[in-house]
Design a protein around this ligand. Sequence first.
Ligand code: GLN
Length: 160
Amino acid sequence: MVGLDGLIIPGGESTTIAKGLESADLEPALRAHHEAGRPILGTCAGMIICDAEHLGFIDAQAKRNAFGRQLQSFEADLDVEGIGDEPLRAIFIRAPWVESHGPGVEVLAEYEGHPVAIRDGNVLASAFHPELTEDPRFHAIFMAMTTSASAREGAEERTR
Ligand code: GLN
């Protein structure tokens, strides 16, 4: 993934994404991206793929379909750390929540007492789909992470 400053692992179906990563042998490239400190955003199934049971990019365990299959989909207004006072409209589709996490994980938003947006170092993860609304503020967090990581990497290269 040469030239890629930030990577988004989108929603979908985590079992299918995991199988696809395996059959296309993409895991080494994802690990290299992560180990280089380049940011990753995992949304919904992408959050599950980043969790401790899958790629281990976040020190957290996601619980699949945590809000119940019968609820499948809902919207909620969330208070999200770092985006200002205005709540964020969040769309959850057969969403996971963060069941447990280590002390280094920053919880950016909760819904009904469950973490639904977290950050662990250079990995940002949400249980909801920020791409389905017009509000750019969640992606802006990721863009800021990406900009500062690539600036840092550029500075390191220049001092080499
Ligand atoms: N329920 C899906 C899974 O477990 C995730 C759904 C989504 O990404 N919207 O992978």
